[in-house]
Write a protein that binds this ligand. Structure first.
Ligand code: KG4
Ligand code: ZN
Length: 323
């Protein structure tokens, strides 16, 4: 059994995976509510909440999985990148636990977790493939080669896509994190009512940029009251189409037709719709289940599982890295 722990930002998550890749427990303590009144994640508050929750969450995972701590052969934990205090709580807990039961420690890069969220499920592709990770902190295209080595193809120069949803949502008076609510409001909106500038930098670049979109949205909102559903529908059309246009460029450049999408924004219904259209053009698109798009510990346990099979372990001195 592998224990997965994710505490890099505001979600405290624990999962237990057996060596056949079956999920035995998948628990999340969401900190959305305690941070909501501040309009974003307060790092010090996040680490303190992780500290108060992680033990009981872990105990609950063992009860749900009907597994004893001594059955755990490895503890996979996010050790980079993220909020330093939050990472420390998960990593120190993992080290203590591993030490206590004689398990191996495996440090996982948060993005690798997002890329492997669908690993072990029937529809997950063999590499090479292109990965598009779109979350609150990251918007980037990666190449995952035959050896599962991950290299960056291009990323955002400024805001992440999720950050754009959250910041523009805030201007619209929506609660943090606003992505899901924008998505909900967009369902009854007309996506052609508002036009945003497309931030493409140069057409053949694999970089994203969302700060111009944010400024344009701000000016529109300040100028006159906007029709919320139409505005949200137009906004998410723009973001989804931009994300996938660059992903398509990356696929063509790399010469593969397999695209894996992950991160919180991969739960967006318009992004999923545009991904289906790409599928219609002959590309193979792989999307995790919606609940495994946003931060979770199953994805960390899966990335750890892959390393476990390869014998790639870390020591008790494994560091945490914020960036
Ligand atoms: O991957 P994630 O849980 O955390 C990070 O690693 O950042 O992503 C959270 C982000 C937030 O910005 C949130 O607004 C966005 O994902 N998000 C969505 C949707 N659900 C979550 N954005 C657009 N549409 C959604 N349905
Ligand atoms: Zn994430």
């Amino acid at each position: 059994m592998i224990l997965g722990i994710e505490s890099s930002c505001d979600d405290c998550a624990v999962a237990i995976l057996d060596l056949d890749g079956k999920v035995r427990a998948d628990l999340i303590y969401s900190q959305i509510e305690p941070h909501a009144e501040f309009g974003g994640v307060v790092p010090e508050l996040a680490s303190r909440l992780h500290l108060t929750k992680i033990s009981e969450l872990c105990a609950a995972a063992f009860a749900e999985a009907k597994v004893k701590p001594a059955e755990i052969k490895a503890v996979a934990v996010t050790n980079r990148p993220g909020l330093i205090g939050s990472l420390l709580v998960g990593v120190q807990f993992a080290k203590g636990f591993a030490q206590g039961v004689g398990a191996k420690i495996i440090g996982v890069h948060h993005i690798e977790g997002h890329l492997l969220a669908g690993l072990g499920e029937a529809e997950f592709p063999e590499p090479p493939f292109v990965g598009l990770i779109v979350s609150g902190g990251h918007t980037a295209l990666y190449l995952v080669n035959e050896k599962f080595e991950i290299s960056l193809l291009g990323q955002t120069r400024d805001d992440a896509a999720g950050e754009a949803f959250d910041k523009i949502g805030r201007l619209l008076g929506l609660e943090y994190p606003a992505g899901k609510e924008v998505d909900r409001l967009a369902q009854s909106g007309d996506d052609t009512k508002y036009e945003f500038p497309r931030a493409f930098r140069s057409r053949d670049s694999l970089e994203y940029s969302f700060s111009g979109l944010k400024t344009a949205a701000k000016l529109m909102i300040e100028k006159a009251p906007v029709e919320l559903p139409d505005f949200c529908a137009s906004l998410q059309r723009e973001i989804a189409q931009t994300l996938l246009a660059k992903a398509r460029l990356a696929l063509e450049r790399v010469g593969t037709n397999k695209l894996v999408i992950g991160g919180g924004v991969a739960a967006n219904s318009r992004l999923r719709f545009e991904a289906e259209k790409l599928q219609g053009d002959g590309f193979e698109i792989y999307l995790p289940q919606k609940k495994h798009c946003t931060d979770n510990a199953v994805m960390i346990a899966k990335a750890g599982w892959r390393k476990f099979v390869l014998g790639e372990f870390d020591g008790i001195d494994m560091p945490v890295k914020s960036s």
